[in-house]
Design a protein around this ligand. Structure first.
Ligand code: GDP
Length: 460
């Protein structure tokens, strides 16, 4: 375990009023420091994982700051791996600040951002991907984001990669062993087997890379542009989707606030409807200004386009032309026929039967809005999310995975061209390095040596 000389302290709960607030201390002196300001049982003598009721007394002045409950966690069985004390007080910012100051007067230091988790990582309580998942979990604003962060925190992602890495280390070890016996022309590493492994690795890494698109969506939400001609019903649809009666339809569009974005949570996935101000403007006297250009720009920006048209007055030629345009600009779109309340859904279906995937709705009557929600969700998830599958949400991991994929190709190409063992070993080391970059394990040489000695008992 890495020893940190100082003891850090911080308010662990959010700023503002709350029923309770927590001050967290971590480090060698955590229990001693807390003990000096705590009137109750002597904390130094208490067991790990116990709770103690008492009062916090201001150092020097001797007056009571708050009645609190203190939780004790002794190293290494704590979040950071060090001695940790959590003081739960009443959630007034003033009281919490006073307790924190008391801790600092007794020798604690204000923690830096992320320092508790950093210590957890340095003390081997978690690897880098897990430490990063803590940050994601704290920032999670939808169920899907929370699930992805939780699965990463549980180590699903690192477990996959560690497994890949171990298999590769095994081969690196064998090839390096060959180099030691270069004179004797032996091949410990079966090239066909190695090739097979590289193939498997490539597939897994590519799956992880692909999951990043979804991971991004899970973490940041999907941007959706609702486009269509004036009066198609875009504002009405926006209202129906948001399921609220905030009046933003055409006749009073000018009176609405100028929001840029509204968000919508469908089964835990966040959809961000972009440029809602534009939707509103299109319904007012700005109609002339809103040329094709603006829609094109929106189309390109969005992850997903909803093209809305009036089922009553849109010809099939018009829709076909629009579809061509969408195919060119943004392959990810949904065609939505609106105002089916006028002539009925069946009539509309008949009219547009040449198009396979139109969603038929009435925005004003809120008919089949759920079908559209379902389609929005499916267009993103597409059967991809399973609770057990690994989803990459972190761009650092994504770029490391791209480097891994590239180095796997190098290894494969090297083998195809029968390059020498030492060059092959170099390529494999590089790949191992990138894998290690993700989880924070980069002591590759020692790992390789460990494998050689562990498995082959060379003993020199
Ligand atoms: P936008 O210009 O595309 O934003 O269209 P609006 O949402 O402002 O709607 C234009 C007009 O169409 C308004 O008078 C709406 O009440 C009407 N409208 C919208 N959706 C429907 C619908 O589903 N059925 C019918 N009959 N009218 C609708």
């Amino acid at each position: 375990m890495i020893a940190h000389d100082d003891t850090i302290a911080a308010i662990a709960t959010a700023a503002g009023l709350g029923a309770i607030g927590v001050i967290r201390l971590s480090g060698r002196e955590a229990i001693t420091i807390a003990g000096q300001i705590f009137a109750g049982k002597p904390l130094q003598e208490q067991e790990s994982h116990t709770l103690h009721f008492g009062r916090i007394i201001a150092p020097g002045e001797g007056h009571m700051i708050d009645e609190v409950v203190v939780s004790l966690f002794r190293a290494p069985r704590s979040y950071t791996g060090e001695d940790v004390v959590e003081i739960s007080g009443h959630g007034s910012p003033y009281v919490l600040q006073a307790i924190l100051e008391a801790c600092i007067q007794k020798g604690a230091r204000m923690a830096m951002p992320g320092e508790f988790t950093q210590r957890a990582f340095l003390n081997g309580k978690m690897d880098l991907t897990q430490a990063e998942a803590v940050a994601d979990l704290i920032a999670a604003d939808s169920r899907a984001a929370q699930q992805a962060a939780l699965s990463q925190l549980r180590g699903g992602f690192s477990a996959d990669l560690k497994h890949l890495r171990e298999q590769l280390i095994h081969f690196a070890a064998l090839i390096e062993l060959e180099l030691d016996f270069a004179d004797e022309d032996v091949a410990f590493a079966d090239r066909a087997q190695l090739s097979g492994l590289i193939q498997v690795l490539k597939e897994k890494v590519n799956l992880l890379i692909d999951s990043f698109r979804l991971g991004n969506v899970v973490k940041n939400g999907v941007s959706v542009a609702i486009i269509g001609k004036p009066n198609a019903g875009k504002s009405t649809l926006l209202n129906a989707l948001l399921n609220e009666e905030r009046a933003i339809v055409s006749d009073i569009a000018g009176t609405t606030r100028d929001t840029i974005e509204e968000s919508l949570n469908i089964k835990g996935i966040l959809f961000r409807i972009i440029d809602t101000a534009g939707i509103r403007k299109e319904t007012t006297d700005l109609i002339e200004q809103i040329g094709v250009g603006r829609s094109l720009e929106k189309m390109r920006q969005a992850d997903l386009v909803v093209y809305l048209f009036d089922a009553d007055d849109s010809t099939t030629e018009e829709i076909a032309a629009q579809q061509d345009e969408l195919d060119k600009e943004n392959g990810n779109y949904i065609l939505v026929a609106n105002k089916t309340d006028r002539k009925g859904t069946e009539a509309a279906r008949l009219k547009y039967k040449a198009f396979a995937d139109i969603v038929y709705i009435s925005a004003r009557e809120k008919t089949d809005i759920d079908a559209l929600r379902e389609r929005l969700y499916n267009s993103v998830i597409d059967g991809h999310i399973h609770s057990e599958s690994t989803i990459v949400t972190n761009s650092r991991h994504h770029s490391a995975l791209l480097k891994i994929a590239a180095s796997l190709s190098d290894i494969q190409q090297g083998m195809d061209h029968n390059i020498s063992g030492d060059l092959l070993a170099l390529d494999i080391r590089r790949c191992l390095h990138f894998l290690g970059e993700i989880t924070g394990q980069v002591e590759i040489d020692r790992d390789i040596l460990g494998t050689i000695f562990g498995k082959f008992c060379i003993g020199k």
